[in-house]
Design a protein around this ligand. Structure first.
Ligand code: IMP
Length: 431
């Protein structure tokens, strides 16, 4: 019996929603440990689409406990709306099903305002953030001025912290960002209402998880974004502000590393990215358009169209090593149907040198050119394939070659958005 972490191996949007939902059947507890409502996980169940931003994907299964860990930054208004929408669909009948860490930080209106104003001022050099206040909320956490749920719950602590923060942020907003000042009373009143609606969910989730693990319950750690957006190991500064990797699952949930036995990376059979930043295999012509159209590559959170390109083994290899991945779920293989040739990027070229490892330098990464190995494509639709051996031979070879160049076993291949459109080769929970 294993506890499993599911982590994006690329720049996010790898199809984690579907895979987490699939493995949720084998888990008792599902934990979000980083990020916030910058994430968007699309689940398609019985043809019905549900997009979750904050609530862990287990919410669609009545008996699964959903934990929002201490490493998550929570916009309370968004969480309340999401819970309300899920309840309206008949989910979350039992309020005990969702638990929020008392140590999770709260996203405040000034975080969103600062995020958006900074992006406007950056102009060409913008990061392309989701504008949800994620970065500024994590900044406050690290600067030790953030407001946690436990602070929000204590009336005097909340008032004191908010007063101090509003004073500082208003100065910054007006003098530096040329924005209007925010009103203390308005924010205080609305956040007191949010507190009243959410306080029943707030608890010591680290302790709760420990109790569940001791009781033999199986935990699924649900990553958001992806390894290449990790604040340390991604394409800095074009990254998100949290630790998206396995290590982040421990610090962001308060669970020790010995309790995570399996780490499953999710990777598309090609590559996408939203927002700015280097992307060596990006396709700017008709092939990129085809991937976008066939893969419906539009953001679940912001609706932005995703940049598309060929599979980048340098990035995924880096993710395999950085996370200690024990297996990879390869998603959206069906989208590649119809291409005569499918290149795999196995290395980069920069100033006459071949680079096999993911470079730390933003300059090198921006100038890196992909070294491709061409694989044969296939024409058959894969939508109804349920066994690996029923895949066209060239699709099998493509998957096997990816396995070799990234140095990790592929344990699942996804051939469509539906739960049933899956070729499961190994179940990590049954290790
Ligand atoms: P932030 O997380 O809103 O600060 O955005 C920082 C970068 O991460 C931007 O390039 C975003 O487009 C990207 N990003 C954030 N969340 C996601 C996600 O869930 N999927 C893909 N990219 C994301």
């Amino acid at each position: 019996m294993a506890n499993v972490a599911i982590i994006g191996a690329q720049w996010g949007d790898e199809g984690k929603g579907k895979i987490v939902d699939l493995f949720t059947h084998d888990a008792d507890v599902i934990v979000r440990y980083q990020g916030g409502n910058n994430a968007g996980h699309t689940l398609v169940v019985n043809g019905k689409k549900t997009v979750l931003h904050l609530v862990p994907s287990g919410a669609l299964h009545a008996e699964k406990l959903c934990v929002i860990g201490n490493g998550v930054v929570v916009d309370p208004e968004v969480l309340i709306d999401e819970i309300r929408a899920l309840k309206a669909q008949g989910h979350l009948a039992n309020d005990e099903q969702i638990r929020i860490s008392e140590q999770a930080h709260v996203i405040m209106p000034y975080h969103k305002l600062i995020d958006q104003a900074r992006e406007r001022l950056r102009g060409e050099g913008m990061i392309g953030t989701t504008g949800r206040g994620i970065g500024p909320a994590y900044e406050d956490k690290i600067a030790r001025v953030g407001i946690r749920f436990v602070d929000l719950l204590e009336e005097d602590t909340f008032r004191e912290k908010l007063e101090r923060n509003i004073q500082e942020k208003n100065f910054y907003l007006k003098a530096i960002l040329k924005e209007k000042a925010l009103d203390f009373d308005q924010i205080h009143d609305s956040y007191c209402q949010f507190r009243d609606q959410l306080k029943g969910y707030v608890t010591n989730t680290g302790l709760l998880l420990d109790q569940k693990i001791r009781a033999g319950k199986r935990v699924l750690f649900e990553g958001a974004q992806g390894t290449l957006l990790d604040v340390d190991h991604g394409t800095y500064p074009y990254v998100t502000s949290s630790s998206t990797i396995t290590g982040g699952a421990c610090s962001g949930s308060g669970v020790g590393p010995q309790h995570i036995q399996q780490v499953i990376g999710i990777s598309k059979a090609y590559t996408t990215r939203v927002g700015s930043g280097p992307f060596p295999t990006e396709l700017h012509g008709p092939e990129g358009e085809t991937l976008r159209r066939e893969g419906a590559e539009f953001g679940a959170t912001t609706g932005r169209s995703r940049r598309c390109g060929w599979f980048d083994a340098v990035g995924v290899r880096h993710a395999v090593r950085m996370n200690g991945m024990t297996g990879i779920a390869l998603t959206k293989l069906d989208v590649l149907t119809g291409f005569k040739k499918i290149p795999i990027c196995t290395a980069y070229r920069y100033e006459g040198k071949t680079i096999d490892e993911f470079p730390a330098s933003s300059k090198v990464m921006q100038g890196a050119k992909p070294v491709y190995e061409e694989m044969d494509g296939w024409d058959q639709t894969l939508d109804n394939v349920r066994n690996f051996s029923d895949l066209p031979l060239s699709a099998q070879k493509y998957v096997k070659r990816i396995e070799e160049v990234i140095g990790s076993e592929i344990i699942l291949v996804s051939v469509g958005p539906g739960r049933e459109q899956t070729i499961l080769l190994k179940n990590p929970f049954e290790k």
